[in-house]
Ligand binder design. Structure first.
Ligand SMILES: [Zn+2]
Length: 185
């Protein structure tokens, strides 16, 4: 299952708005790219994609989903949430890496083999995006975000023009490569 949030902060007054290019048009782009890829390359498992609303208002969309299920949570082999996918020159950080050591090892192996991201950082549990409610209900999940590059975050400077997307393809290959290995197990 792939998730990403499509809401951002909206506006302030009549002339200020927050485009949210990195947070999280980049994650939604990744999710749509993955959906396109898996539609063309059917897998032995069902691949599911969810765009959540209300993330910035307190991860509300994913909370609602996990309280009003469309699929049994125990049928989800693994969930990958993408949020802030637009940079990556300093690598990526993986939330829940310490919780799923075996899968994290696999992710690092795929990364090393493909020579994708310069660094894959491990992080523990964090209630900082839509993977959180799934984690709380026992669904194995990673939240992957990119590091380095433009630091604009939750401000008016998070715009597409200055978002490098320089590791976008490597991250895409890492996710699909990881998934291919995971499905073999
Ligand atoms: Zn976000």
């Amino acid at each position: 299952m792939f998730t990403a949030h499509y809401d951002h902060l909206g506006g302030m007054g009549s002339s200020t708005y927050f485009p949210g290019a990195n947070d999280n048009a980049s994650g939604i782009s990744m999710l749509l790219g993955l959906a396109k890829y898996y539609a063309a390359h059917p897998q032995p498992y069902t691949m599911a994609f969810i765009c959540f609303a209300g993330e910035e208002a307190g991860i509300l969309g994913s909370k609602y989903f996990t309280d009003h299920l469309l699929v049994p949570l125990n049928s989800i082999r693994f969930l990958i949430n993408t949020d802030l996918a637009g940079t990556g020159n300093e690598g990526i950080t993986v939330v829940n890496a310490t919780l799923h050591a075996k899968e994290f090892e696999l992710l690092k192996q795929v990364n090393a083999k493909g020579n994708y991201l310069v660094k894959v950082n491990s992080r523990g549990k964090a209630a900082n995006s839509d993977h959180y409610w799934f984690t709380e209900k026992g669904v194995p999940a990673f939240f992957i975000y990119t590091m380095g590059g433009i630091k604009a975050y939750h401000d008016v400077f998070d715009i597409s023009k200055t978002l490098p997307l320089n590791e976008y393809n490597d991250l895409f290959k890492l996710i699909t490569g990881f998934n291919a290995e995971l499905l073999k197990q």
